[in-house]
Write a protein that binds this ligand. Sequence first.
Ligand SMILES: Nc1ncnc2c1ncn2[C@@H]1O[C@H](COP(=O)(O)OP(=O)(O)OP(=O)(O)O)[C@@H](O)[C@H]1O
Ligand SMILES: O=P(O)(O)OC[C@@]1(O)O[C@H](CO)[C@@H](O)[C@@H]1O
Length: 315
Amino acid sequence: MILTVTPNPSLDRTYEVPALERGEVVRATGERVDPGGKGVNVSRAVAAAGRRTVAVLPLGGAPGALVADLLDTYGIEVAPVRVAGATRSNIALAESDGVLTKINAPGPELSAEEQERLLDTVREQSRDADWIACCGSLPRGLAPSWYADVVTRAHAMGARIALDTSGQALLEALRARPDVVKPNAEELAEAVARPLMTVGDALKAAEEVRAMGAHAVLASLGADGQLLVSDTGAWFGSARVSEVRSNVGAGDASLAGFLIAGGTGPEALASAVAHGAAAVRLPGSVMPAPADLNPAAVTVTRYIPVDRELTEPTP
Ligand SMILES: Nc1ncnc2c1ncn2[C@@H]1O[C@H](COP(=O)(O)OP(=O)(O)OP(=O)(O)O)[C@@H](O)[C@H]1O
Ligand SMILES: O=P(O)(O)OC[C@@]1(O)O[C@H](CO)[C@@H](O)[C@@H]1O
């Protein structure tokens, strides 16, 4: 079973607009609503692959009730933690030229009692978990060491941890030695405090993040593909995509693909790349099902193109 933990879930609203014009009324030509938050997306992709998953998440107010209803229609098992504050709504504005602007709300602040119930729920659900995927930003109230605590507790129970977060929460959790972390290029650059211009820069940064505590690093590099750096070596994976509709949740789909395929080694990397490539062809944060995957388009090699410039170098 793959358990996901999303401390700050969201109701994701995507509006399709011809073009953004600051200060003007912009009329949307399409709209969709998805249950969101990084761990929630991982659960959606795992469930779409026909594998058992349980999603632990705080839920509050009308948006929280809608997230629960939507997850129910997807047949996803939820271990909810009821909280007083309303679940946040995050907005994605997708322009017709492919540019996507995202507005993520801070979400509710969790009280001390709600934080305790969240940890208790994670502990109860961890018993049957092969993998625990801890994903996304921390809501106000949770200390930056929160993921580090979850990693330590999960290891004591024999579960493996995959972590997808950023900033101080990532740095603190690294000390607890998570089994795999999945930074994107920006998060990787932030972790090593320098910009990344090439695939080689990303490789060096991923090696440093391993030295900081992660057993393995699955670095997602947007259109350039993914790097897996572990104690058995490094691999580079990529897939060409002709039409990109939305990259929201592509990293989450990748992490799900990686865990579904065992969570280690080149086969898991190939599955991560296949899931990421499939996710960007789908609208909003729709997660791919097996029929959406095209494994034949995926290349995984021991050769790392270190001189290749990143399509989107980090600032
Ligand atoms: N334009 C693209 N063309 C081909 N593949 C892509 C493209 N964008 C993303 N991907 C695939 O999806 C993976 C994850 O994308 P990315 O690195 O943008 O993740 P992310 O920033 O963590 O996303 P999110 O936080 O929205 O889940 C990439 O490593 C790649 O395999
Ligand atoms: O604010 P966070 O927790 O960093 O990210 C939240 C979020 O942007 O991540 C998912 C895409 O990866 C979306 O479903 C959701 O809106």
